[in-house]
Write a protein that binds this ligand. Structure first.
Ligand code: PEP
Ligand code: MG
Length: 586
């Protein structure tokens, strides 16, 4: 039995069979360890057959390409054939199979990945372009080996997926009938992969560092998404203990649902609006079941992450109209696409950005890809004709940027007007506060912006300079750091002064301890993953605003995030023990 500690990102306890997979540039590759009954020589044979089949393909492609494009252009395929005869590539693949006793797919992917890294670092650009050729070659070989070239991952039976890393789209694409949970070596608590796991109710632990090197395909494993532990090959007493705790978790969840229908009002009668964050329109049902009053954040970029083709205006429109319909007059805030960073663009880029979280993401990406942006805005406005809706721009860092986005929206409104297409002319247009720049300049924004929503996931990462997806610095990712708390206080105060509503839709708001601080800082709307709504409602109903304000005053007096966090957590537990009941995290 081996107990490995990581970062809990999505609650739940699952016991099952592990499948270790690898992903090279968007392809799934099983990392099969050869059982004692398998002769590695047979696996090498399998590789040789795939190699020969690939060479045959390439000879045919080369012949056709020479006819159609000329000898010069067709030469690229000779490089591919050459690589398939090159001992510098073939020997490591064969050695990997026989010495490490792994399946041919993994040996191919691993060897080509190492060669790609060498080419990518070469100072001669001619070598660097070979990275794509090797990628192509890998796809071909893997295709012949097992048809492993696939965007979605499914299994024969219930499975727990172990992977070095997962993108949000890979996670969203899991076959929900077979994938029960996942565990990864990399990743941080507020990465989008973690957020998707919570949205899908898929228990997950990330940041396990070297799990995929020690775990073996087929191992029995316990994933404890509350405590962040993964237990490989558990002994019998441990299995029994976890079977019992699975039942306890289930009854705790059912108990929480009892508060769903109760009003979200503090003991001193102040209403706190609890909304849901969604990635897919069909999550609205769960938000409402959990007692959410509407949707405070719809992450529309997931329309791109779950399809191989770009969504059309109609695809956008149908998704938004479906939300409006399901919400039936309740609040709905739709965020324009927040692509980039850990979502979509890098996985598809020929030249990934060096520093994508500081790169072309969110509103910046939209402003540089106007057709994509306009398509979405048209659809949003068209759907606004059917019921209440607010539009929100992500990661705005300057007033100029907000005005640019608003200007484009106004142009789209004019076009719709001219075409006689109905829309809500007074649709509220707001922005996320996710950068220190936006928080510090909040007064200036308030002149142009109808409402603000604080995105602590990014605000914390940019204020503290801590990558939200990096497990190595996850301990430094502290939403209760005084620098963050002060920024939130300033935004909340400015919102009040300028009569601009301020909400919080970052993951921090889902933690009852932090939520009570946010109420104390003046926020009256919190938007969180559906499953976090019931404990928040318990919190709201157990505190007074004066209690929360006292916490906020005290929290702001600490210099150290450790002391501030200890104080806020301790106080929340005293004020509202019922909001923490049954939580297994601590
Ligand atoms: C945030 O940054 O807090 C947020 C809600 O946006 P996302 O998690 O999608 O980046
Ligand atoms: Mg964000």
């Amino acid at each position: 039995m081996d107990v490995i500690r990581g970062i809990p990102v999505s609650p739940g306890v699952v016991i099952g069979r592990l499948a270790v997979v690898d992903d090279t540039r968007g392809r799934w590759v099983p990392r099969r360890v050869l059982g004692d009954d398998i002769d590695p020589a047979a696996e090498v044979e399998r590789f040789e057959a795939a190699r020969e089949a690939s060479i045959e393909d390439l000879q045919e492609i080369h012949r056709e390409a020479t006819e159609q494009m000329g000898r010069e252009a067709a030469n690229v395929f000779l490089f591919h054939i050459g690589a398939l005869n090159d001992k510098a590539i073939l020997d490591p693949i064969r050695a990997c199979i026989t010495q490490e006793r792994v399946g041919a797919e993994f040996a191919v992917a691993d060897t080509l990945r190492k060669w790609s890294a060498k080419f990518a670092a070469h100072k001669d650009p001619a070598f660097r372009t070979k990275v794509n050729d090797l990628d192509d070659l890998g796809t071909r070989l893997l295709g012949h080996l097992s048809g492993a070239e696939s965007g979605t991952l499914s299994f024969d039976g219930p499975t727990i997926v172990a992977s070095r890393d997962l993108t949000p789209s890979q996670t969203a694409g899991f076959d929900r009938d077979t994938v029960l949970a996942f565990v990864t070596d990399l990743g941080g608590p507020t990465s989008h992969t973690a957020i998707v796991a919570r949205a899908l109710g898929l228990p997950a632990v990330v940041g396990l560092k070297t799990l995929t090197l020690t775990a073996v395909d087929g191992d029995t494993v316990i994933v404890d998404g509350h405590r962040g532990t993964v237990i490989l090959n558990p002994d019998e007493p441990t299995l029994q203990r976890y079977e019992a705790s699975k039942k306890a978790v289930e009854s705790y969840r059912l108990g929480l649902r009892e508060v769903a229908g109760l009003p979200s009002v503090t003991k001193d009668g102040v209403g706190i609006e609890l909304l849901g964050n969604i990635e897919f329109a069909d999550e609205i049902k769960t938000v409402l079941e959990m007692g959410g009053h509407g949707v405070g954040l719809y992450r529309t970029e997931f329309l791109y992450l779950t399809n191989n083709t770009e969504p059309t205006e109609e695809d956008h429109y149908e998704a938004y109209a479906a939300c409006v319909k399901q919400l039936d007059g309740r609040p709905l805030t739709i965020r324009t696409v927040d692509l980039g960073a850990d979502k979509y663009t890098q996985a598809r880029a020929h030249a990934p950005e060096r520093n994508p979280f500081l790169g072309l993401r969110s509103i910046r990406y939209c402003l540089q890809n106007l057709p994509l942006f306009i398509t979405q805005l048209r659809a949003l406005l068209r759907a606004s004709a059917h019921g209440p809706m607010k539009i929100m721009f992500p990661l705005v860092s300057s007033v100029h940027e907000f005005r640019q986005a608003k200007h484009i929206l106004n142009d789209v409104m004019e076009d719709l007007h001219e075409a006689g297409i109905p829309f809500d002319e007074s649709v509220a247009v707001g922005m996320m506060v996710e950068t220190p720049a936006a928080a510090v300049m909040i007064d200036a924004f308030a002149r142009d912006v109808d409402f603000f929503s604080i995105g602590t996931n990014d605000l914390v990462q940019y204020t503290l300079a801590v990558d939200r997806t990096n497990e190595r610095v996850a301990h430094l990712y502290q939403p209760l750091h005084p620098a963050v708390v002060k920024l939130i206080r300033d935004v909340s105060r400015a919102g009040r002064r300028r009569e601009r509503p301020v909400s919080c839709c970052g993951e921090a708001a889902a933690d009852p301890a932090i939520a009570h601080l946010l109420i104390g800082l003046g926020l009256r709307t919190l938007s969180v993953t559906a499953s976090s709504i019931p404990p928040l409602k318990r919190l709201v109903r157990a505190v007074t605003v004066a209690d929360c304000e006292r916490t906020a005053r005290e929290a702001l007096s600490f210099d150290s995030e450790i002391e501030a966090a200890a104080y806020v957590r301790d106080r929340a537990r005293r004020l509202a023990p019922e909001a923490f009941e049954g939580r297994l995290e601590d």
